[in-house]
Ligand binder design. Structure first.
Ligand code: TXA
Ligand code: MG
Length: 344
């Protein structure tokens, strides 16, 4: 199937435009939607054809399942066959917000959404435009991040436009996303044990305040090899790659600068924390202050997109911390770098 070519409208998220977008969704179309994490590419989760359009617009591998977004707890019942107590506990603490939980799916959810898995990922976002859109449409919305597969996730409407122009009818512009990284994804093992499949703004320590045992899936920190099974298929497919090769330098700032100076005649660039660019003699992008992980999270994907404008063959990036939301930043950056880290 070929994606229908159309002019993509970027619409300020007024009530009137949300109503228009809701109508498009009810007609089986796909719409760009702001959330507090990243922008999503939304379609009616119960409409197999509409969901198929998402995969085409993104060029997404068929074996990578989608997250379904809800605007009230009642909506969960139509999507899942069972709501374990542990999910209710976590929902009470973290919903609405940047947490996605994996449930046993109900028969109503088409297999296109779940990539033939018997589970479904559900998230109750807190962004008021996302909530208003789900409410107006009266539908749970399947929505992956609104980037072309393999590109950094979009954190502004203009990122979505760059990737989706001509492929979808409309994007609701709700401004820059609050967190800038995709939601935390967890698997519910049992009443006292969960597994972190993708780190996000709901951190391991925050989860441990509610559930005693939190296992970090191997795919969070390490590369999953071609022949290995991923508990979350997306871990295998996440790339976030700019056109330049990205390499992380695990070093002090002083050693980082020495390294860059030594290689500055090699068509390289640098990805550094705010203020550090003053010491550089090569093209650069910045991604927030070194001591402000929330800002780093918010700016990471914009910075990865901006690398394409530098026209350099290799970018050397500063190493983020792995604490708190830092784990999510590290998880995304290490993928953008194809797991290439040089320790100096
Ligand atoms: O913050 C977010 O989660 C954003 C916004 C739009 O809500 N969405 C998002 O979707 O990041 P996407 O499709 O880019 O990432 C969904 C992740 C993938 O890694 C996918 O493999 C995983 O969730 N996933 C979805 N359903 C799953 C399932 N049934 N079991 C395990 N992993 C699942
Ligand atoms: Mg994605």
């Amino acid at each position: 199937m070929i994606a229908k070519s159309c002019n993509t409208k970027v619409l300020i998220a007024t009530n009137e435009n949300i109503e228009y977008a809701a109508k498009l969704l009810n007609d089986g179309d796909v719409v760009g939607m702001p959330t507090e994490t990243v922008y999503g590419l939304a379609a009616n989760a119960f409409d197999e054809n509409a969901v198929e359009k998402i995969f085409i617009a993104k060029g997404r591998p068929q074996d990578n399942p989608l997250i379904v977004h809800i605007s009230k707890m009642d909506m969960l019942d139509g999507l899942v066959s069972e709501v374990p107590d542990v999910a209710r506990l976590l929902a009470k603490k973290f919903w609405p917000g940047p947490l996605t939980m994996i449930f046993k799916k109900s028969d109503r959810v088409p297999s296109a959404v779940t990539a033939n898995m018997n589970t479904v990922a559900v998230r109750y976002p807190s962004h008021k435009v996302a909530l208003a859109l789900i409410e107006k449409a009266g539908l749970p919305l399947a929505a992956p991040s609104a980037n072309i597969s393999g590109r950094p996730s979009p954190t502004t409407a203009s990122h979505v436009f760059d990737d989706m122009n001509g492929k979808i009818p409309a994007i609701l512009d709700g401004g820059a996303c609050e967190y800038g990284l995709e939601s935390t994804v967890i698997f519910l093992n049992d009443e006292s044990h969960i597994t972190l499949l993708r780190p996000g703004a709901v951190t391991v320590n925050m989860l441990k305040e509610v559930i005693p045992f939190v296992t970090i899936d191997k795919g969070v920190l390490e590369e999953i090899k071609e022949n290995e099974q991923a508990q979350s298929p997306g871990m295998k497919h996440m790339h976030y790659s700019p056109k330049s090769k990205v390499i992380i330098l695990n070093s002090s700032f002083e050693k980082f600068i020495d390294f860059i100076k030594k290689h500055s005649d090699e068509n390289i660039g640098a990805m550094v924390f705010d203020g550090e660019e003053k010491e550089l003699n090569v093209p650069f992008v910045t991604f927030g202050r070194g001591d402000d992980e929330f800002l780093q999270a918010k700016l990471l994907f914009s910075a990865l997109r901006a690398i394409d404008r530098l026209n350099v063959s290799t970018i050397y990036a500063r190493m983020p911390s792995k604490d708190g939301i830092g784990l999510a930043i590290y998880n995304r950056l290490i993928r953008a770098a194809g797991f290439e880290v040089i320790t100096l």
